[in-house]
Design a protein around this ligand. Structure first.
Ligand SMILES: Cc1cc2nc3c(=O)[nH]c(=O)nc-3n(C[C@H](O)[C@H](O)[C@H](O)COP(=O)(O)OP(=O)(O)OC[C@H]3O[C@@H](n4cnc5c(N)ncnc54)[C@H](O)[C@@H]3O)c2cc1C
Length: 308
């Protein structure tokens, strides 16, 4: 597999890292190494990487800003593709916005608000990349990505494909992407509105987040989805878990649906705390909580000669 590393390095204009600690790429600051961490320079590089990975039968997955990810301590066998170099953004006529998937959502929303384009201002302050926001159907304050995504471009080992947004079957914090594909471009349909009113909402949302999310440590936002008709934080609070800890992982005192890395947490601490929350809430309130965060990777790091 070192020949795969060499051919990726020789063929791509972007960078390829080996044994890259995922803790450096997740907002929880935990996670073992990815065998390969690929940062394509552009869309052509993405296609080249996918073709080489397919030829080598190497598994891969896209990771954006890692703000909704729990990577296990054994890390990721195979390759991670990170599109943070893909940040092109175009404002076209009639409120159409076309952006590459590595664009930070905070930047996208700030520029839309400045231009008087309405549709995502309630999401102001959500961390992450545009690709991650679409994949997760990120939402806040009554708005969701699904409401503005009209078309996406997906990269596959055989080329790019264009799909209408409706094909993604958006639902609460999820969507369906074709297997072995990743988002490289997103088209958004925004409506025009009074920029001053948008600025007011934007500032209000940022201020709200600063206050509600000041949890004092690395985190991944809401850990659990809200079950129908009830808020997950309330169930966790009522189960008496405010401030509960496992190792370096702690249920936030300020926002009980957040788990904070108090400094030295390992992924296994966070996973154990997630299990404890699920069991306690099920036992005390009869509700099954489903994680909103994506949990990926292996528990154990295999011996070096068994790794890619
Ligand atoms: C403090 C804080 C507050 C948050 N508040 C909110 C909130 O209010 N609402 C909300 O919805 N979320 C919230 N989140 C969660 C998170 O910010 C969003 O889910 C965000 O959209 C994830 O983007 P990302 O780039 O970090 O994705 P990642 O965490 O890197 O990945 C998430 C998923 O998307 C997939 N993915 C990433 N990029 C691509 C791509 N190019 N193509 C295909 N799949 C891809 C990954 O494989 C993974 O399955 C919050 C997180 C934090 C830390």
């Amino acid at each position: 597999m070192s020949s795969l590393f060499e051919s990726l390095k020789d063929s791509l204009r972007g960078s390829v890292l080996k044994d890259e600690p995922m803790a450096a790429h997740t907002s929880w600051r935990v996670g073992g190494p990815a065998d390969l961490f690929i940062l394509p320079a552009d869309r052509q590089d993405v296609l080249t990487a996918l073709r080489l990975l397919k030829a080598a039968q190497c598994p891969w997955l896209p990771v954006g800003s890692g703000s909704n990810l729990l990577v296990r301590d054994g890390g990721i066998r195979g390759a991670v593709l990170n599109l943070s170099n893909l940040r092109q953004l175009q404002f076209l006529a009639n409120g159409l916005v076309v952006a590459e998937a590595g664009l930070p959502v905070t930047r996208l929303i700030r520029l839309c608000v400045e231009k008087g384009l309405q549709g995502l201002e309630a999401l102001a302050g959500i961390p992450g990349s545009l690709g991650g926001a679409v994949a997760m159907n990120a939402g806040a304050g009554g708005q969701e990505m699904s409401e503005v995504v009209t078309e996406v471009v997906l990269a596959t080992a055989t080329g790019e494909i264009r799909r209408p947004g409706g094909d993604l079957q958006f639902a609460y914090r999820r969507c369906e992407l074709p297997p072995q594909s990743l988002l490289v471009e997103v088209s958004l349909s925004m409506t025009t509105a009074d920029p001053q009113e948008l600025q007011r909402i934007y500032r209000e949302r940022i201020a709200h987040r600063r206050q509600a999310h000041a949890v004092g440590g690395a985190n991944a936002g809401s850990v659990f989805k809200n079950p129908a008709g009830v808020q997950a934080w309330k169930l966790i609070d009522q189960a008496g878990l405010r401030g509960a800890t496992v190792g370096g992982a702690k249920v936030s005192e300020r926002h009980t649906n957040f788990i904070v890395n108090t400094g030295k947490a390992r992924a296994t601490d966070i996973l154990s705390l997630i299990e404890r929350i699920k069991e306690t809430v099920r036992a005390s309130q009869g509700v099954d909580l489903e994680p909103e965060v994506k949990i990926i990777g292996s528990d154990e790091l295999p011996a070096r000669d068994e790794r890619i």
